[in-house]
Design a protein around this ligand. Structure first.
Ligand code: ADP
Length: 160
């Protein structure tokens, strides 16, 4: 039984994330999307909001569940019995950081392997940061995030 975790902030979930979720769920037996509760990061959406947005978008994928963690990823993986980390690689700029993290995690626990999926070309430019940047100026984000999230994202900036 191959249980994997796809960790990230998902603030907010984008089409790029969804693409990785759909593709990786076909490779592993069970996929847990691990939403990072990073209190140091000033997130646009609360942890609960991010978790429920991901649940909404993955409800039809039978082997995908959503969880959250703070602290070390390897500790959370031990807790849930996952041995594979899924990460997306967009461009060479992702590579150096991702390599460092993957190797550190492997040193922490040699039974852990990281699998990298290269981004779908269509989404190679896309990040949660780009979504937030455009939304903060009321720009068009319809090609970046699912339609049902658009107003929720704009509302966050109206309240600020
Ligand atoms: P973090 O805060 O750890 O960078 P993110 O929520 O931004 O987390 O991203 C989580 C994972 O999704 C990372 O592996 C990142 O490379 C990947 N990812 C983000 N955007 C895309 C995209 N457009 N295409 C493919 N992978 C992506």
């Amino acid at each position: 039984m191959k249980k994997a975790i796809y960790p990230g902030s998902f603030d907010p979930l984008t089409f790029g994330h969804l693409d990785i979720i759909e593709r990786s769920s076909k490779i592993v037996d069970e996929l847990v999307i691990g939403v990072l509760n990073n209190s140091a990061k000033n997130s646009l959406f609360s942890l609960d909001e991010r978790v429920s947005m991901i649940k909404e978008m993955t409800k039809d994928l039978p082997n995908v569940t959503v969880g959250s963690f703070d602290g070390l990823l390897v500790d959370y993986m031990r807790e849930i019995g996952a041995t594979i980390i899924i990460r997306g690689l967009r461009a060479v700029t992702d590579f150096e950081y991702e390599l460092q993290i993957a190797q550190s995690n492997h040193v922490q626990d040699p039974s852990i392997e990281t699998i990298f999926l290269t981004t779908n070309l269509q989404y190679s430019y896309l990040s949660s940061t780009i979504v937030k940047e455009f939304a903060s100026y009321k720009g068009d984000i319809s090609k970046f995030v699912p339609a049902q999230f658009i107003d929720r994202i704009y509302e966050k900036y109206e309240k600020r």
